[in-house]
Design a protein around this ligand. Structure first.
Ligand code: S3P
Length: 182
């Protein structure tokens, strides 16, 4: 069985990575790390301000640095940003670091959740639905290829999903902090 150093949550904007991550970490007795929150804390800038000052490329290099630093920390549930899968280096590091859960979300529900959100610069767009669809078409194969488990988050609350995952995960991987079984 796979020995997981961390539980990593990947998936698009609005799929619930941060809220589910917090709920799951509490149930598993693990720490919780939000990579986007780490970037904001390290820079003292909001994500839109980082995009404005440094462009998406600047944000992406900060994202890689925050991810790699998080992976060095004690076992945790780690919520990533939707674009973390774009860089080869991020995918390699994530694959080596633990058990990866792809949070899938139905496009209608995703749009409902993120509509009017001004904290996501990639959605500052005349056609947010089209933009989300384009991003998903590009990223979905990357999410799928990286995931050990895919969960649809469209129809359940984060608490419901966290409860179900906390029961299921011990059958799928050796959870962080536990000894690997022979
Ligand atoms: C991004 C998603 C955001 C954040 C940034 C870029 C993306 O995180 O990292 O705005 O490229 O999809 P969430 O997925 O937590 O919204």
């Amino acid at each position: 069985m796979q020995q997981a150093s961390h539980i990593l949550l990947i998936g698009p904007m609005g799929s619930g990575k941060s809220t589910l991550g917090q709920a799951l970490a509490a149930r598993l007795g693990l720490g919780f790390i939000d990579v986007d929150a780490r970037i904001v804390a390290a820079t003292g800038l909001s994500i839109p301000a980082i995009f404005e000052a440094e462009g998406e490329a600047g944000f992406r290099s900060r994202e890689t640095a925050a991810l790699l630093a998080a992976l060095q920390e004690p076992p945790a549930v780690i919520a990533t940003g939707g674009g973390i899968v774009l860089a080869d280096a991020n995918r390699e590091a994530i694959r080596a670091a633990g058990f990866v859960i792809y949070l899938h979300i139905h496009p209608d529900e995703q749009l409902r959740r993120v509509a009017g959100d001004h904290n996501r610069p990639l959605l500052d767009h005349a056609d947010p639905a089209g933009q989300l669809a384009r991003l998903q078409a590009q990223r979905e194969p990357l999410y799928r290829a990286l995931a050990d488990l895919t969960v649809d988050t469209s129809a359940q609350t984060s608490e419901q999903l966290a409860a179900a995952l906390a029961l299921r995960l011990p059958q799928l991987c050796d959870l962080p902090g536990k000894q690997a079984r022979p």
